[in-house]
Design a protein around this ligand. Sequence first.
Ligand code: PGA
Length: 254
Amino acid sequence: MSNRPYIVGNWKMHGTRAMLAEARAIDRAAERLLKVEVALAPPFTLIHATRKEANLIGIGAQDVHSADGGAHTGDISAAMVKDAGAGFTIVGHSERRANHGETNALVKEKAEAAIAAGMNVIVCVGETEEERDAGKAESAVADQLASSVPVGDGVAEKVTIAYEPVWAIGTGRTPTAEDVGAMHRHIREKLGSLYGEEGADVRILYGGSVKPDNAAELLTADDVGGALVGGASLTAESFLGIIMAAAEAHEDKS
Ligand code: PGA
């Protein structure tokens, strides 16, 4: 596992070509911050243009269909986003699970399709507020990991996990660093069951209301390998604040 922090911006359903200037600025700054691995997941419509604008940062998709192609009006396959310039895709984001009824089984199929197409995947897991209040956060995440994370020979190195508590996404609320650390240790243990020794090298990102002013604290929690950032990735200014906090946190750790 690269031990550089991995900071990924998820632009969600934001961005027209006017936003390419932000991607360019993020890419330029990333050249000076090589201690951090930076990536952006713009909407499908901007993947190709963002790839052309940005030399250094990773570019990914926010979702793919589980099939290679066919009669699926409005859907996009892994081969298509790869052809457009994506090197990875997010799968199983809680907004897809909630808004599109995506099940663990479907998320796993999507991850498998992306890996078969030669891409890396970021698989999102995270509990709802009700599950946390009921003391079921760890078991909810364990269920998602067991059923939505792809397994098999050579798969672990293609996979990143993003732990995103649903109640922290876009709300400005975050778990404490202790809670994040506890969940990441729990996820690490489950990755050991899924992948054996290789599970130790899978990166685990935290996501949910990461901002420049809380990034350092969240990124230094136990076993946090980076962040998946929504709202604060939409401008170069705030995203770079997080990337710089990650660079500093990494220096303090090493
Ligand atoms: P947020 O979103 O940073 O806006 O909370 C994170 C995500 O959904 O990946």
